[in-house]
Design a protein around this ligand. Sequence first.
Ligand SMILES: NC(=O)c1ccc[n+]([C@@H]2O[C@H](COP(=O)([O-])OP(=O)(O)OC[C@H]3O[C@@H](n4cnc5c(N)ncnc54)[C@H](O)[C@@H]3O)[C@@H](O)[C@H]2O)c1
Length: 327
Amino acid sequence: MNISIIAGGAGFIGANLCERLLAEGRTVVVIDNLLRGSRDYLNRGLVASGATASQLIFIEADLAKRNSTEDAFAKANSFGIVDEVWHLAANSDIPAGVADADVDLKDTFLTTSEILRCMKTYKIGALYFASSSAIYGDLGDQPLHENIGPLLPISNYGAMKLASEALISAATESYLDCACLFRFPNVVGVPATHGVILDFIRKLNVDNNNLDVLGDGSQRKAYLHVSDLVEAMLLVRSHPEASKVFPINIGPVDEGVYVRWIAEQVVKRISPAAIIRFGLGNRGWVGDVPKFHYSTAKIQSLGWKPQLGSERAVLRAIDEIASQEGF
Ligand SMILES: NC(=O)c1ccc[n+]([C@@H]2O[C@H](COP(=O)([O-])OP(=O)(O)OC[C@H]3O[C@@H](n4cnc5c(N)ncnc54)[C@H](O)[C@@H]3O)[C@@H](O)[C@H]2O)c1
């Protein structure tokens, strides 16, 4: 029996990935401290995948702590041969990590070093890592392709993702057979645990007359629907080029959409009479990259193309998240 571990698998992207791996017929061990994730998300995915209940094992553990990570990996290995780890555990609140650097040190970086330690112990050769466009920092209009540099992140979150990439790269020199470093853009869909659309909808739920936007709305970002993201990761995983350390951007092929436009679309769907009140400056928070020009040439060269561009991904996610929130 081949087993996949998904670290942080009870969260937004993890739950979608879990459903897809179960549908492939794999046994999946999800390890999560339930800081943001939920077992309900996993149970829904189990039903949707058509898998049997015994294919999904959940272990609650803090992966930033050595003892609990070792215990979780020992338990996972007692079920059969673990041949891959998907590492998605991280802090997903960038402003929280700017306010307190320990947040990203712990949940974004220490999770990586503890997971790597256990992969070495149990001789698990393949690591698929959820990295981020935040590792590039603010490079303005420069096209962000995988070998651009120097990489100077502007948030602790980006810094700890980049440090994680570096540690994983070093591990491929000794005990890892392959490590895909998936650099995600903004990912949207359900079950939403965070992000701009959920934030806007929840604000309108509290005050349906006004929507306060962080920044002046001129931030332009690339958005990918989670269904496209999961398919992209699975395609890269099956590709022979993805050997040793393999950094790869995943994103739409367009330039993205403006936050102002997203606010307008959410208002139209949730509370059409609401007034949108913009803040000052083109950054929503310290560490926010106002715009970036993401190059997806590498993943396109592997034959991948998303089903939805930024605009359609956002519109679909607005509907999905509105339903999730009871609208
Ligand atoms: N959603 C996006 O737009 C986006 C963009 C770029 C990168 N990413 C990365 O993708 C991954 C998944 O993101 P997501 O949007 O699903 O976020 P999420 O917050 O929904 O999922 C992260 C999961 O990790 C768990 N977790 C956090 N710290 C942990 C710890 N110490 N031990 C065990 N579990 C822990 C949380 O409980 C949660 O279930 C993250 O690594 C994130 O940094 C996401």
